[in-house]
Design a protein around this ligand. Structure first.
Ligand code: ZN
Length: 99
């Protein structure tokens, strides 16, 4: 289990066909916006989160997971499986969280 590397993790790593050491992009800083707008939050609003991830080399999936753990990311709902990190535009990225 990849989660063992991240003792404080509050979600599950379910990256599809991706290795943790794979690059997310060639950038050294990305902004990940998570809006908490799944059906779980239909009746209870939760403020969106913005996670800034930096490194001295291109950002990898490992670096993102590390930073999400460090910043205490917790979906707090059924959508605990991180399946992908996808580009929205420029250096803005989103998390694909599945149930
Ligand atoms: Zn949810």
């Amino acid at each position: 289990m990849m989660e063992e590397e991240f003792p404080d993790i509050q979600f599950s790593i379910a990256l599809v066909d991706k290795e943790l050491d794979e690059k997310v992009c060639e950038e050294t800083e990305i902004h990940i916006y998570y809006p908490y707008n799944c059906y779980c939050y239909e009746y209870s609003m939760k403020e969106p989160d913005l996670f800034v991830v930096r490194d001295i080399k291109p950002i990898t999936f490992r670096r993102v997971v590390e930073e999400l753990c460090y910043q205490g990311f917790n979906p707090g709902c059924n959508h605990i499986f991180l399946e992908d990190i996808y580009k929205k535009n420029k250096n803005e990225y989103g998390l694909w969280m599945a149930s």
